[in-house]
Design a protein around this ligand. Sequence first.
Ligand SMILES: NC(=O)CCC(=O)C(=O)O
Length: 264
Amino acid sequence: MRASLLQIAVDDTESVDSRRQRVASLVREQAGADLVVLPELWTTGAFAYPDFATEAEPLEGPTYEAMAKAASDAGVWLHAGSIPERDPDGPLYNTSLLFSPAGELTATYRKIHRFGFDKGEAVLMGAGRDLVTARLPNATVGLATCYDLRFPELFRGLVDAGADVLVIPAGWPERRREHWTLLARARAVENQSFVLACGTAGTHAGVPQAGHSIVVDPWGDVLAEAGPGEETLTVSIDVGKVAATREQFPALKDRVLGLAEPRR
Ligand SMILES: NC(=O)CCC(=O)C(=O)O
């Protein structure tokens, strides 16, 4: 499977409309890839909190329209990163969209763990509740977003649901870049899965972004890693390596579930 991770620069100097068009063109250039991945909240920037409400869109809004068309023009599976979704009956959500090569919306995932503690995304957006996997021709992808990376139980749930490729759009800041790389590798090793983690570059809302999108194999080896700036990271992955790793080193089979509570 050939995957392209588009590490988009999200700067305050570019309008959302202009970035949307630019990203659609970049997706079109990926014809020939099997899967293209975009970052988290690349229209606004993951830390541009005041823009969440002003730029929020319905699920089938302008980003959906542009990305559905770009996916079908390029003939690729497109994980279009996430948008600030305005649910007509509820709060905003940080929602990822997965399109088929025909441009059909195949899966959506509302970010479960919201970042910011008692401010930012954590108070401005609602929390998703559902684990989401989707079947591609050669892989079952498990969806997660940015801060979710810190919560291993979510990924174990995705693996239990059949995921062999974990796809993680993000808007991860430079100041915690070491955590990004460490956690991406940890999720790959412990789940014996591929990790495709696509972040943003640039600086928005005064927060320099880490870049360093990364592709890790089920053994924890880094297959490709971007630099700090806007970049397309292209990599070929052999999804069969997941089954081979799980067979040769069957640690997942040694899980002990239902442990007793500690005695007091
Ligand atoms: N957008 C995010 O979820 C940021 C997460 C982050 O900065 C961290 O986990 O550290």
